[in-house]
Design a protein around this ligand. Structure first.
Ligand SMILES: [Zn+2]
Length: 391
């Protein structure tokens, strides 16, 4: 296997190291990137080009800039309208956290997981065992084991285990991942603290566990990483894996209109479900949880629709999608309407029902905060022109 891209936590360490080495704590973005490039080693994948509208740039550079923006959002660095990078006092404090402490926490989690498996886990184990091994304590939705994980950079700790009760969002847990909604209890302060602990686990790429109720009052524990975290959706995506390396963000990959499945066409239901979960999360995060052509915005009733459908090997890239209510999704899939890639206008088929019958409240996609990829719109439009309802 070729060496992977340098991981986000490592990119962050590099930015912190270079800016903290400056007595003034300020560098132009260009000098900061040059130093980060020269002071550290990079994998061949880091050097590959990242295609973008502004022209290709190497992936390491794109990813490092993205990481800086993330640090701005988390209050560790200042926004740089003047193209200067500088840390906030919180960012300066971050250097006091030694890499070893995060490494030690990673090792401790690895040992806990090994022990659970050695004692007959991780499926259908006694609830007491889960507590004895330190995975959980009390009834917290998100347990951070604060005595071990609170530090200057993670004042709320680093989330360790997510309690999945199976009551509110049962359908959202699969064998390969879970969309976990932020806790919203009658103790908002505690909820906020738990959400911050989850954010820290996401930021540091720390492995986490999901504690679920299994048959006959037993517990099943899953191990994974927080692959995505979204304040607007008030939800995060945990992907289950035994890998040592946290998964990267799909949105950073170059756009690909089709999906190359590794072993051809024969995909089991289980193999496709995790993609659906990840796909839906990414689509709602990109556009928002509201139908693109009407007013439906009830959480859970907005679906992720493919523009180039799965049956034509359409990819699970969110740019090959629109958020739609169930009716407009079905109507799209049946060829009743499509989007003109030039004007972004909604067109209905020549032989189908008239536009007025569909209850569209939007005549085009201009109002969306993000647009689908032009290639996906074009391909869907071309296919639609040949649809029986139009010929
Ligand atoms: Zn709709």
């Amino acid at each position: 296997m070729p060496p992977a891209l340098t991981q986000h936590p490592e990119l962050r360490r590099r930015i912190l190291a270079v800016l903290n080495a400056e007595p003034t704590g300020v560098l132009t973005a260009t000098s900061a990137l040059n130093r980060i490039y020269e002071d550290f080693s990079w994998t061949p994948q880091d050097h590959e080009p990242f295609p973008s509208a502004a022209g290709d740039e190497p992936r390491w550079r794109k990813r490092t800039t993205t990481q800086y923006s993330r640090m701005v959002r988390e209050g560790l660095a200042h926004p740089s309208p003047d193209q200067r990078w500088r840390l906030t006092p919180a960012g300066r404090g971050e250097m006091t956290i030694e890499d070893e402490s995060l490494g030690a926490e990673r090792s401790r989690r690895a040992r806990m997981w090994e022990e659970l498996r050695a004692k007959g886990g991780p499926t259908e184990v006694r609830p007491q065992l889960v507590n004895e091994l330190g995975f959980h304590s009390g009834q917290r939705c998100i347990y951070a084991d604060k005595t071990r994980t609170v530090s200057a950079v993670s004042p709320a700790g680093i989330a360790l285990t997510f309690l999945h009760t199976g009551t509110a969002y049962e359908d959202e847990l699969t064998e390969t991942g879970v969309v976990y909604h932020f806790p919203s209890t009658n103790a908002p302060g505690r909820d906020r603290s738990e959400i911050e602990a989850a954010r820290a686990a996401y930021t540091f790429g720390m492995p986490v566990f999901v504690n679920t109720t299994a048959a006959r009052g037993t517990k099943t524990v899953y191990r994974g990483y927080i692959e995505d975290f979204n304040d607007d959706l008030k939800a995060l995506l945990v992907t289950f894996t035994n890998d040592e390396i946290p998964p990267d963000h799909a949105a950073e990959n170059p756009f690909s209109i089709t999906d190359e499945t590794p072993n051809g066409t024969a995909q089991t239901l289980r193999a496709t479900r995790p993609n659906q979960r990840r796909f839906a999360f990414a689509v709602l995060a990109r556009y928002e949880e509201r139908c693109a052509v009407c007013t439906m915005n009830i959480p859970g009733l907005v679906q992720a629709a493919h523009l180039v459908p799965k049956k034509n090997k359409g990819s699970d890239d969110p740019r090959n999608s629109l958020p739609l209510c169930a009716n407009h999704h079905l109507a799209l899939d049946r060829g009743y309407w499509a989007i003109n890639p030039q004007t972004l206008a909604v067109h209905t088929s020549r032989k189908g029902p008239a536009a007025a019958q569909f209850g569209f409240t939007k005549q085009n996609l201009q109002h969306l905060r993000a647009q689908p990829h032009p290639e996906a719109l074009e391909r869907a439009w071309q296919t639609w022109q040949r649809h029986p309802l139009n010929s």
